[in-house]
Design a protein around this ligand. Structure first.
Ligand SMILES: C[S@@+](CC[C@H](N)C(=O)[O-])C[C@H]1O[C@@H](n2cnc3c(N)ncnc32)[C@H](O)[C@@H]1O
Length: 243
């Protein structure tokens, strides 16, 4: 009897949550960035040519696949801004979730290498094209592994950990204690984003940044910023909170 009551209660909470998030999504349509301030970088580095070359390499690997498949990387402008932010802030430690082909990882690692300082921890649970029915975005071409586009010369600054962020992030933080920059680009469900933002914020150092892609998919980033009473910034289409 008690377990039946528990099941009914859980179901009610689940249904309530679905409607809660859908309602917020509707209210975000159209003017998502209205509440955000542009994050000004002191110096924008001339790096677009490099990012475009990287994007071409990834796109070429997809050209033989069914046209439904796409790599879902950060985008040229976002990647260039991310590079500039890391050049400007010279972090010792960066953590990113969501590697896939490795566009963002490459740009972060290149910035660290150009700074001659810092280490990147990346977490990915990769999906190869064709292995999950209906999944066409954020996939790897068959035969490739997570971060395949990352050049060898940057890998000495890189620790790539494969697995779900729910299991891997606590282990990373247990090992390193804190981070200067955290970048979310893994699974974009409300729950996964809130989980990652929560654990990252707790371990973010006093002058750190929390960055996320695809924040317009749900209200997680704005809810989190409000809960922490922080100003919302956008860096191109990446959302950013400063601790
Ligand atoms: C949008 S792609 C990352 C793109 C990458 N940041 C870039 O710019 O090239 C998202 C990646 O996160 C992975 N992923 C999704 N949910 C995850 C989770 N809970 N834990 C770890 N990785 C996850 C996906 O399989 C995919 O490889």
């Amino acid at each position: 009897m008690i377990s039946l009551i528990n099941i009914v209660l859980s179901l009610a909470v689940y249904i309530k949550n679905i409607f809660k998030h859908e309602g917020k999504l509707d209210s975000m349509n159209g003017n998502y960035w209205d509440d955000f301030e542009d994050y000004e970088l002191a110096e924008i580095y001339d790096i677009k040519g490099y990012v475009e070359g990287l994007a071409d390499k990834v796109d070429k690997a997809f050209s033989d696949l069914n046209e439904d498949y796409h790599p879902a990387y950060l985008g040229v402008d976002n990647a260039a801004r991310l590079y500039s932010l890391i050049r400007e802030n010279k972090p010792s430690t960066v953590i990113e979730t969501g590697v896939c082909n490795g566009m963002s990882s490459t740009m972060i690692l290149k910035a660290l290498e150009d700074n001659k300082k810092g280490k990147l921890y990346s977490v990915d649970l990769p999906v190869v094209a064709g292995s999950i029915e209906g999944r066409t975005g954020a996939v790897l071409p068959p035969g490739k592994s997570s971060g395949w586009v990352v050049p060898e010369e940057y890998k000495h600054r890189w620790d790539l950990l494969l697995g779900n962020t729910y299991y891997v992030l606590p282990k990373i933080f247990q090992e390193i204690g804190e981070t200067d920059i955290f970048i979310h680009d893994s699974g974009h469900s409300y729950e996964t984003m809130m989980f990652e933002f929560g654990i990252a914020w707790y371990h973010l150092n006093e002058t750190g940044f929390l960055i996320a892609d695809n924040t317009d998919k749900n209200d997680a980033f704005r809810d989190f910023a409000r809960a922490k009473k922080r100003k919302l910034y956008r860096m191109n289409y990446l959302a950013l909170l400063a601790k």
